[in-house]
Design a protein around this ligand. Structure first.
Ligand SMILES: Cc1cc2nc3c(=O)[nH]c(=O)nc-3n(C[C@H](O)[C@H](O)[C@H](O)COP(=O)(O)O)c2cc1C
Length: 307
């Protein structure tokens, strides 16, 4: 292992002891007077991605920031993803200077605040504005019941005393974590088309890669480069392996050879889940022998659900 050196791990290791690629996100939260405050964040990542009752993001934030303090009172926020543009990033760095009040930051803010979809769907309720220049926005709600974080109170700007939560709310003297349920995803038309009609290199948003605050002087990022597609390995299961699993999937529902052949491209690890999905559909529709035509209906239903 002579190729690698042993690097000391220190606070903020993601930007002090490593090169960790991150997105640039402007978070909108609601201030006491109902106005929106924008703060830039990079430690915002998908948290619940499937198999839960909702989808969620995780934000790691200084607990004295305007964003954290606002979230402790009003749990709604908007995550606006900023495209690659020099002047937008310069504005993020300005908004990221710790200690400025929302009024100071927002009076000369370059970003255009706009209503999101939540305010349109829930007239009469207040939601933080979104950044009009973003290529996508997640409108979210902080899930304060998780880890019993609902009793965390704002107001302690010089550090919170223990006890701390493990993963949601105030998690250390100066730190906070927020699990944010994704209520809406807003997408600009070009990217919307790419997702619905098939993505091509030109359909990707121009996303910068942020490397955070380094060398005690600067924020670093790299410009967008066109993505390249790498085809997945083309592996197919042996038809006998599919038949073996299909015969054991259920006592009453069976599969024709042609229906089994439609499952040969499913990775082995997902085969029993795929078969179970087909059996559930068959039972719901009074089918006892699944044919190729049924498989087509099941596939069409799945692609419709994905949309
Ligand atoms: C591009 C960028 C990304 C940042 N990411 C984070 C982050 O993930 N977590 C954090 O606590 N601070 C982060 N900061 C620093 C915050 O922006 C800073 O604490 C700021 O005061 C927060 O604004 P607010 O007080 O209005 O919420 C980042 C700053 C910049 C410029």
């Amino acid at each position: 292992m002579e190729e690698f050196k042993d690097l000391r791990i220190v606070d903020n290791f993601y930007q002090t002891s490593s090169f960790f690629p991150m997105p640039t996100v402007v978070i909108g939260t609601q201030c006491e007077d109902g106005s929106t405050s924008f703060g830039p964040y990079s430690l915002v990542f998908p948290y619940y991605v499937a198999g839960k009752d909702y989808y969620a993001m995780l934000l790691c934030s200084r607990n004295s920031s305007n964003t954290s303090q606002n979230l402790l009172v009003h749990p709604r926020c908007s995550l606006s993803f900023i495209p690659d543009n020099h002047k937008y990033f310069k504005e993020c760095v300005r908004l990221g200077f710790p200690g400025d009040t929302p009024e100071e930051k927002m009076k000369s803010c370059l970003f255009t605040p706009a209503d999101g979809l939540m305010s349109r769907e829930h007239p009469g309720e207040v939601f933080p504005k979104v950044v009009k220049e973003a290529f996508q926005v997640f409108e979210c709600t902080w899930m304060r019941e998780l880890d019993h974080a609902m009793d965390d109170k704002p107001g302690q700007l010089d550090g919170y005393e223990p006890p701390y939560h493990d993963f949601n709310g105030i998690t250390s003297k100066f730190g906070a974590h927020f699990i944010l349920r994704v209520d809406k995803i807003l997408m600009k038309e070009r990217q919307y088309d790419a997702i619905i009609n098939g993505v091509k290199p030109g359909g990707f948003p121009r996303v910068p890669v942020d490397y955070g605050f380094r060398d005690n002087m600067n924020f670093w990022l790299s410009r967008f480069r066109r993505p390249i597609a790498f085809p997945l390995p083309r592996r197919t299961l042996d038809i006998h392996a599919v038949r073996y699993a299909a015969d054991r999937a259920d006592d009453t529902v069976k599969f024709t050879d042609e229906a089994c052949a439609r499952l040969m491209k499913v990775p082995r690890i997902f085969l029993s889940t795929a078969l179970k999905g087909c059996v559930d559909w068959a039972k719901a529709n009074g089918v006892t022998m699944i044919t190729e035509e049924h498989m087509q209906i099941i596939n069409d239903k799945r692609s419709k659900e994905k949309r």
